[in-house]
Design a protein around this ligand. Structure first.
Ligand SMILES: Cc1ncc(COP(=O)(O)O)c(C=O)c1O
Length: 376
């Protein structure tokens, strides 16, 4: 099994920021780290083969990884394809592969935040998992809300950071805001007096015209970027996400992760997707065309007071009233959206994912009839 060139986490920003117990960790090692070919009697697998195969068209025997064997712990072939696709001079040593980007969020907190002492900074309204993960890990949260137009309030953020803040999350494009943060703003935060890591969550980056902060990673060792196959690649079901950053940070993530976190079926599908990105481009074009139509139609509804610009595969819009009731009744009527009215700056707002043309039409029709019925 290919083993990656190891980075030395005793140098660089990882050494300055990570918890002492993590820096001292001797990671789990298996015989397969050193020997991966021949008669494999080292890992207590079952040489008589799997008792079940995928029911769809996947053929697990096409892959060098058969299902009765543990998967590649480092996923190097997948990382190589990912690096080729993203460019920006990154190598597999800059990439961690996880069970969705949610795994990376949790790992970063466990590596860099001392429970009951350290903190993260978030900019609500934002992705809910930062808070959940912080709570699970007993990590404090400092919040600096976005402006009303959902841009970052950088001076306020920099004034709010304390030495305990180890991770500052920037979601770009934001969820639920759909707004991309310019790379120049991210760079300004990375260059500032703030000493922790800047985590740029780019789950929706492929729907945006703003470039990826991966282009900043080689220049700024304090930037890490999260990406996923769950959105533009349409592979939420396989649970595959990436963290891209300096090799010292990535090495610590590899040391702390479960040894075989990414399974063989996920790996096979992800590798196929990264090899054949023409389907990805077609699907992005379809989503963007439908996004335009949905936004135009929402803008034409007299009870919709604001349709926020979108750099993403969803749209956030504000209703003049009754958004919660409308959301509930639409769900009962078979169209499930997300009510976001309890979030700061999102009063009476609903977030709707761009679906197929048919789904979008159904949503728009139901929204109109539901609101009219609510008005009586
Ligand atoms: C901003 C953001 N980050 C991360 C995630 C999680 O992605 P994954 O499926 O890779 O865990 C989501 C999922 O909705 C998201 O909206």
């Amino acid at each position: 099994m290919a083993e990656e060139k190891k980075s030395d986490p005793s140098t660089g920003i990882a050494h300055l920021l990570a918890r002492k117990n993590i820096l001292e960790l001797s990671p789990y090692r298996c015989a397969r780290d050193d020997y991966s070919e021949g008669v494999l009697l080292d890992a207590n697998e079952n040489a008589y083969g799997p008792t079940s195969l995928p029911t769809n068209s996947l053929d697990p025997y096409d892959n060098h990884n058969t299902l009765e064997r543990y998967p590649d712990p480092y996923q190097t072939p997948m990382k190589e394809l990912f690096c080729k696709y993203r460019g920006c001079g990154i190598t597999p040593a800059h990439v961690f592969v996880g069970v969705g980007s949610d795994e990376a969020i949790d790992l970063l907190m466990r590596i860099f935040c001392q429970p009951a002492q350290d903190k993260i900074l978030t900019t609500p309204p934002t992705y809910g998992m930062y808070k959940v993960c912080a709570k699970v890990n007993d990590v404090g949260i400092i919040t600096v809300p976005l402006e009303k137009d959902f841009s970052l309030r950088v001076p306020e953020m920099l004034a709010a950071v304390t030495p305990e803040v180890k991770l500052l999350f920037i979601c770009s494009p934001g969820n639920p805001t759909a707004k991309a943060i310019p790379l120049s703003v991210i760079e300004a935060v990375a260059k500032s007096q703030y000493k922790g890591l800047v985590v740029v969550d780019e789950a929706y980056v492929d729907f945006s015209t703003e470039g990826s902060a991966i282009s900043l990673v080689n220049q700024y060792p304090n930037i890490v970027v999260l990406q996923t196959l769950s959105k533009a690649f349409g592979l939420a079901g396989i649970r595959c996400g990436f963290c891209i950053g300096g090799p010292d940070v990535i090495q610590l993530m590899n040391n702390v992760k479960a040894p075989y976190n990414v399974n063989a079926l996920t790996s096979e599908v992800a590798i196929n997707a990264l090899q054949k990105t023409n389907v990805l481009q077609d699907n992005i074009a379809k989503v963007l065309a439908q996004r335009k139509v949905v936004m135009e139609k929402l803008n034409n509804l007299d009870f919709v007071t604001e349709v926020f610009p979108s750099d993403s595969n969803f749209v956030l819009f504000r209703m003049k009233e009754k958004a919660l009731e409308c959301y509930k009744q639409m769900a009962d009527g078979g169209v499930v959206t997300r009510y976001r009215g309890t979030e700061i700056h999102c009063e009476n707002c609903i977030r709707v994912t761009i679906g197929t043309e048919e789904e979008n039409n159904k949503f728009l029709a139901l929204l109109e009839t539901t609101f009219k019925a609510l008005q009586g």
